[in-house]
Write a new protein. Structure first.
Length: 311
């Protein structure tokens, strides 16, 4: 039986709201509960909310309801449009957040959008912390995420207890929102390119009729290894493409990278090529599958059989 940490008498500093209880948000919310926070959670999925309540959290019906009385509001949604909606849309949390409270934005978005949302919210009194994250669902559950954060000293101060509960590594990257977002896009450029390259390499190995498990063993002990090869290619070896991180994440994030590069008149040919591979994978019906599915597109083009393929 999980203790109920939804104490309405907790001070605002120890009250938090988590908007978005997907694989990342659910783990972050549970980390806050373990740290002694009173946590309200809201999600479009009734099952996710019920699972959160069973963990000791409080169910909220809207972002506005979740944020009322909370010192820290964490938005763990997909993109900038969803972030704007939970802030300023119908029943948005900006309407109930108190001056001095802090909104922690963890969605990946373009830096200029983060700056615009921050300016709009801070004009109303609350703080805005631009805090995209890295680490995956397992680290979210363990409270060991890496956060790439930027914002005012007051925003950091207000968010610090909650950040301590959710992160193993916190990078304080500047005093203006948008800088955290820019760092995250550098990471996403590399992550997308590395996944596409790893998928290409594994399909290339299959074309050479190599034992793919041995290829994995050799490469992970060699200079050509990458974190993405080591993390994603076991999905290919298992023939299991249930999404840990979906193809659609990288069609979005690499699209942002290309938009930023075009605005800066800066060439990103490797990111552009990787984006095309993710777009091809999505067009082949795999947008919701694991991002290692790029290897399946290579296999289809070359008429190769990967583990788990039906003859």
């Amino acid at each position: 039986m999980t203790a109920d940490n939804s104490n309405s008498d907790a001070s605002p500093a120890m009250k938090a709201a988590v908007i978005g209880l997907g694989s990342m948000g659910f783990g972050m919310a549970r980390s806050l509960l373990r740290a002694g926070f009173s946590v309200a959670g809201v999600d479009v999925s009734a099952d996710a909310v019920a699972r959160f309540v069973a963990s000791g959290g409080r169910a909220a019906t809207t972002p506005a309801d979740a944020a009322e009385g909370a010192g820290t509001v964490i938005a763990v949604v997909v993109n900038a449009a969803q972030t704007e909606a939970v802030l300023f849309g119908e029943n948005g949390c900006a309407a109930t957040m108190q001056p001095g409270s802090v909104f922690v934005s963890s969605a990946t978005m373009a830096p200029d959008v983060a700056r615009r949302l921050a300016a709009r919210l801070e004009a109303m009194g609350p703080h805005y912390l631009d805090a995209p994250m890295s680490g995956g669902a397992a680290r979210a559950e363990e409270g060991k995420l890496t956060m790439l954060a930027s914002g005012s000293a007051a925003a950091f101060e207000a968010a610090r207890p909650a950040l301590a509960a959710m992160t193993a590594t916190l990078y304080e990257l500047g005093d203006e929102p948008g800088q955290g977002a820019a760092f995250k896009m550098v990471n996403q450029l590399l992550a997308g390119v590395h996944i596409a390259a790893a998928s290409e390499a594994m399909a290339f190995a299959a074309r050479q009729n190599l034992d793919l498990q041995k290829v994995y063993d050799v490469i992970t002990a060699s200079a050509g290894n990458s974190w993405m090869f080591e993390n994603r290619m076991p999905h290919v070896l298992a023939g299991d493409y249930s999404p840990k991180s979906s193809v659609s994440i990288f069609t979005k994030d690499l699209g942002i990278v290309l938009d930023m590069a075009r605005s800066a008149n800066f060439p990103v040919p490797l990111a552009s090529s990787a984006l095309q591979m993710f777009l091809m994978t999505a067009a082949a019906g795999m947008a919701g599958d694991d991002d290692s599915s790029v290897a399946r597109v290579y296999a289809q083009l070359a008429r190769l059989k990967l583990p788990g393929d039906v003859v």
